[in-house]
Design a protein around this ligand. Structure first.
Ligand SMILES: O=P(O)(O)OC[C@@H](O)[C@@H](O)c1c[nH]c2ccccc12
Length: 263
């Protein structure tokens, strides 16, 4: 079992759902990366998805797109993020999952990228613009360094494709809960139960829901469909506004600490 999967299984064994916050690395400047990661680690999140700012973030909605623009304006790059992670590597105990588009990785070179990930304590990788058919390239480059390559399943994937994605994914399966881009949603499709039931059955590893989840109630509801949730835009907004109470409430919901459900 990989480190990432282990962390998720530990949450499960404690009676919790996994909670993975997404942060835009360097939103607020490179120097914010360390305190942000250490704060989230202190809140006992399961893992942290570290987003790399990119000029053409095709899967991202306005919240993450703007956060990326702020980080890019601050001069943040894939290389400087990985160097920053390496600078406090000894203090990182939570598994980190880097989320980047493929172009910066290609420009870096797969092997130097893998080595820089290891130096930064990275345990997993999400590259949304590399489809299943091309993903072997990433696994070949990253797996020798103990880094998982997480695959995304969309709502429209047919059962046979779901099975192949679940078999190839490592650490967990990222089940996208909406058709479209990242960002808070007030409503979700009503066939999610059915979709997750077949996904849970097809997957030998944990299944986490992500996209659109932005309130403690949604964390509870979507977490219940599988093994946990990934929350991006709501976390990015809260961190940008310095609103730690919201971050804490989202994490608490994954641990069953919601006081009253307003579902
Ligand atoms: O922002 P949301 O709707 O909470 O979705 C999670 C998401 O932000 C994060 O996992 C992510 C950010 N950018 C991505 C691109 C593709 C897949 C996933 C992501």
């Amino acid at each position: 079992m990989t480190t990432l999967q282990q962390a998720i299984e530990q949450a499960k064994a404690a009676g919790h759902k996994a909670f993975i916050p997404y942060i835009m690395a360097g939103d607020g400047g490179l120097e914010t990366i360390k305190p942000t990661i250490l704060k989230l680690q202190q809140l006992k999140v399961t893992a942290i998805e570290v987003g790399i700012p990119f000029t053409d973030p095709v899967a991202d909605g306005p919240t993450i797109e703007r956060a990326g623009e702020r980080a890019l304006a601050a001069g943040v790059t894939l290389r400087s993020v990985l160097q920053t992670l390496a600078s406090f590597r000894d203090e990182i105990t939570v598994p980190l999952v880097v989320m980047t588009y493929f172009n910066p990785v290609l420009a870096y070179g797969l092997k130097p990228f893998a080595q820089a990930c290891v130096a930064g304590g990275v345990k997993g990788l999400i590259v949304p613009d590399v489809p299943l058919e091309e993903s072997e390239l990433l696994r070949e480059a990253l797996n020798p360094y103990g880094i998982d390559v997480v695959q995304l399943v969309s709502l429209t994937s047919p059962p046979e494709r779901i099975a192949r994605i679940a078999a190839a994914s490592q650490g967990f399966v990222y089940a996208v809960t909406v058709n479209g881009i990242t960002g808070a949603r007030s409503r979700f499709a009503n066939n999610l139960e059915q979709h997750f039931a077949s996904l849970n059955q097809a997957s030998p590893i944990p299944v986490l829901a992500g996209f659109g989840i932005s309130t403690p109630e949604q964390v509870k509801k979507m977490g219940a469909l599988g093994d946990g949730v990934i929350v991006g835009s709501a976390i990015v907004t809260a961190l940008h506004e310095g609103d730690l109470a919201t971050v804490e409430a989202l994490v608490a919901a994954s641990k069953g600490m919601l006081e009253k459900s307003t579902l």
